[in-house]
Design a protein. Structure first.
Length: 509
């Protein structure tokens, strides 16, 4: 823009030299244009200064309060897992675990559990996207319709996968029929539990997930103490009970919200099938790949030797203990992402409103600085969680002589080796997830799908080679290599993303 362009605009409004003299006190249109142009430039410069002043308005204590609020909300997700661990240590039972399971029983349940996460992963991600979208618009009617639509695909898909596993095992036996049937029951029940939990999570009713899991865990403990149903039936009852609580609460919540807002009276429908597919297929692929990535190392380790496992996949206790140990630091760290993404969303709209088009570089620079602060915070939490988890669990060694299970936990050096490799891998994974959440916020799913696909491939190739050549515990190296790959690719994309954030924000919706 120049003063000549301003002059042309003034003349297009029908203002002549005589009008400039009589109405505005300037000798000509061009001198009036010079004045207007100068005022515009001053306004642009002042808007940049004003933005710089306003961007620091969130004080230190307010930031601490926001962090505490959202970090604690993120930790709610880890509480069900911690409750399961506590229940096992104190009562020996949990929803789908028992301290006295032998390796065959542990294999059956672990196989069903892993398969349920992988099979439902895509549907969980799609539910999260759709519910968040419509709930953000306060359109509970379409959110409920979207949930029903996804579940109409998800539930039959779970049952179909269970049937395919049974038929495959009949044609090419990789487990005894009784073992596989037991595994399939856990697969189906845990899948239903995960799908209903996904609805509550996306609706931000996370406390109900914690409540349902806790109540159902105590139900399992009580039934084991007062009945002779057996551990399998008791756990199935507990899982079904948790699913019913979460499903029933979700149903009532949406029904009440829709009636309160009278949204059922409005004529509104979801996009047609083709549009829905195009909008959501990347999220489905990401959800599937993410959970497959998380469990790939276990599948590779449990299928490696020596000695060769008795079946296709065989539970390895020292390896699983090491990964579960590392998983504690992972869930403590991942809660940080809840704060980072809320802070990003909280700053985005006010920053956009307080900056002019010509000062978009200030906007981008501010958020690059914001991004670096989130990296520093993540690094601090990661470091603290890894060392706190390591020394916290290690402190239990004082009870080695009194509690045989603790002595067994520390007996195998593989557990320690797997913990450190797994913990470092999870640090890189969380960093990649932080970048991914920024991309998802501005509807850039493709920035996440391709990195996770490449990382999954690296995870498999490196993990397969290492577990076969060096030892089954080195399957964790594959997870570490995949996580580093995911982190590096998303880092490169994040640099471009924040450098041109104004464009990605403008074109997001």
């Amino acid at each position: 823009m120049s003063s000549w362009a301003v002059a042309a605009t003034i003349e297009s409004l029908g203002i002549r030299d005589i009008d400039a003299q009589t109405d505005y006190g300037y000798p000509s249109v061009f001198e009036l244009a010079e004045y207007v142009y100068e005022q515009i430039q001053n306004q642009i410069a002042n808007s940049g200064k004003e933005f710089k002043k306003k961007k620091h308005r969130v004080g230190f204590f307010e930031s601490i309060g926001l962090f505490g609020k959202h970090y604690s909300a993120g930790l709610v997700l880890s509480m069900p897992m911690l409750i399961q661990i506590a229940a096992i240590l104190i009562f020996e039972y949990a929803l789908w675990a028992w301290l006295r399971f032998n390796e065959a029983q542990a294999t059956v349940i672990a196989f069903g559990t892993i398969a349920s996460f992988i099979i439902t992963g895509g549907f969980i991600q799609v539910i999260g996207r759709l519910v968040s979208k419509y709930k953000g618009e306060e359109n509970y009617y379409l959110a409920a319709q979207a949930i029903v639509k996804v579940l109409r695909f998800g539930v039959p898909f779970v049952l179909l996968c269970a049937l395919i596993l049974i038929l495959l095992n009949a044609a090419f036996p990789f487990y005894p029929a009784s073992m596989l049937l037991l595994s399939v029951v856990y697969l189906v029940l845990i899948s239903m539990l995960l799908l209903t939990a996904a609805v509550l999570f996306a609706t931000e009713l996370r406390f109900m997930i914690l409540f349902s899991i806790t109540v159902s865990t105590f139900l399992v403990i009580g039934l084991m103490e007062i009945t002779s149903l057996g551990v399998y039936v008791t756990q199935w009852i507990g899982i079904i009970f948790a699913t019913l609580i979460m499903g029933g609460y979700s149903f009532l919540y949406y029904r009440i919200k829709i009636r309160e807002l009278r949204q059922e009276l409005l004529k509104q429908t979801l996009p047609n099938q083709e549009v829905s597919y195009y909008n959501n297929y990347r999220y489905f692929v990401y959800g599937f790949c993410y959970f497959l990535f998380l469990f790939m190392d276990r599948l590779l380790a449990w299928s490696a030797g020596p000695p060769p496992p008795p079946y296709l996949i065989w539970f390895n206790t020292p390896y699983e203990l090491g990964m579960d140990w590392a998983l504690i630091s992972f869930v403590i760290t991942i809660a940080t992402l809840e704060y980072s993404i809320h802070a990003f969303s909280k700053h985005l709209i006010p920053a956009q409103k307080n900056i002019s088009l010509n000062n978009f570089r200030i906007f981008n620079k501010y958020f690059r600085s914001f991004y670096l602060r989130q990296l520093l915070l993540l690094f601090i939490i990661c470091s603290a969680s890894v060392f706190a988890t390591y020394y916290g669990i290690l402190s239990l060694r004082v009870f080695e002589q009194q509690i045989p299970e603790i002595r067994d936990f520390f007996a195998n050096p593989i557990t320690f080796k797997v913990f450190w490799m797994g913990s470092i891998g999870y640090v890189f994974l969380v960093y990649g997830l932080l970048n991914s959440l920024f991309f998802f916020t501005l509807n850039r799913a493709s920035f996440v799908v391709y990195p996770i696909l490449i990382a999954l491939l690296i995870n498999f190739v490196v993990g397969f080679v290492c577990s076969r050549w060096y030892g089954m515990e080195y399957a964790t190296v594959g997870m570490l290599a995949g996580a580093v790959t995911f982190a590096l690719i998303t880092l490169l994309l994040a640099r471009r993303f924040f450098k041109h954030l104004d464009y990605y924000y403008y074109s997001a919706y």
